[in-house]
Design a protein around this ligand. Structure first.
Ligand SMILES: Nc1ncnc2c1ncn2[C@@H]1O[C@H](COP(=O)(O)OP(=O)(O)OP(=O)(O)O)[C@@H](O)[C@H]1O
Length: 304
């Protein structure tokens, strides 16, 4: 077993800032006496392979240099191993992304020197993770922040065009998309509730922030074994514009037209034939009907 850290750097995250900042991060890791090996990802999802190789070599301590998509890939790499030993694995984050939403819940600093200090202290939180199963393909995906179907997926699909706008990329994507998005006919079942009909979006949250700092679920708690669910049948562009502040401070979830629920499991059926995209942690993972369940306290993240 290695006591060294294994660092994976996504050089494309944060519009390429990761690559530019790496020499400084490398120096600081050494300066803070962190013993490590590192690798750059060379293509999408490469981090999954790199993490599997590192774990097979005996690494237990992992560092992610990247944004929400890279953290998402780390989580999928660890949980797809289905090994009993994953309880020994720790993930630390040096956040360099566009949205950087997951780190906001835990107040992990975007200053790499501060983020490395946090990693060095190795304080752990065992966080709940969502397990999502797409019906048509049988694909299994894990998510650590928030998943959504409908408008949410549609926006994520468009957002790459606006990534140069930084955290405003998601807001811009949402405003531009609201008038063109065609609502899907969904059936959403959880506990004893059934929501059926045309709906704009369903958000299934674990942590607090998404879409570049927005708070779209109420009372999110990352360790309570429950998803924080937001269901939006419809919202007009005017209402959205009037409530832009509410998107970021969470007050939007108090509007009457927005429903909030909690559950540890959901089943979502798309009742019409149009492609309805599913996003998980800001990554498009597929489309159509799916089920989700929570895997309580299944990943060890290093937090302040
Ligand atoms: N070498 C690479 N070339 C192209 N894509 C890559 C490479 N390495 C990783 N990726 C992909 O880059 C995507 C985006 O990464 P990430 O989410 O970390 O950055 P971001 O989009 O800038 O940040 P955020 O998600 O916080 O907005 C991920 O889907 C990942 O699979």
């Amino acid at each position: 077993m290695s006591t060294k850290w294994f660092v994976v750097v996504n050089p494309t995250s944060g519009n390429g800032i990761s690559k530019k900042k790496w020499p400084k991060i490398y120096k600081e890791l050494n300066h803070q006496n962190i013993e490590f090996e590192f690798a750059f990802t060379a293509y999408e999802k490469h981090s999954i392979k790199l993490i599997h190789q590192a774990i097979n070599k005996g690494y237990k301590k992992l560092i992610c240099v990247g944004g929400d998509g890279t953290i998402h890939n780390f989580v999928n790499a660890v949980l797809s191993l289905n090994s009993k030993n994953i309880s020994n694995i720790k993930i630390g984050i040096i956040p360099i992304g566009t949205g950087n939403d997951w780190v906001k819940t835990y107040h992990i600093s975007k200053n790499y020197k501060e983020a490395i200090k946090v990693i060095k202290a190795e304080k752990i939180i065992q966080q709940d993770i969502g397990k999502l199963n797409i019906k048509e393909t049988g694909k299994e995906i894990y998510f650590n922040n928030l998943a959504g179907i409908g408008f949410d997926g549609y926006v994520v699909n468009k957002v790459h065009k606006y990534k140069h706008l930084g955290f405003l990329a998601y807001l811009t994507g949402a405003l531009v998309s609201l008038t063109t998005y065609k609502k899907s006919n969904l059936e959403i079942k959880f506990n004893k509730t059934v929501l059926k009909g045309k709906a704009l979006a369903l958000l299934i949250g674990i942590c607090k922030y998404s879409g570049g700092g927005m708070q779209l679920t109420q009372n999110a708690n990352s360790t309570d074994g429950l998803f924080d669910i937001t269901y939006v049948k419809n919202i007009s562009l005017l209402t959205l514009l009037k409530n832009i502040k509410g998107l970021f401070n969470g007050k939007i979830t108090h509007l009457k037209i927005i429903k909030n629920y909690k559950s540890s499991e959901l089943k979502i059926t798309v009742l019409d034939t149009q492609d309805t995209y599913i996003q998980a942690d800001g990554e498009i993972i597929g489309s159509g009907s799916f089920s989700v369940s929570i895997v309580p306290k299944s990943i060890n993240f290093i937090v302040p």
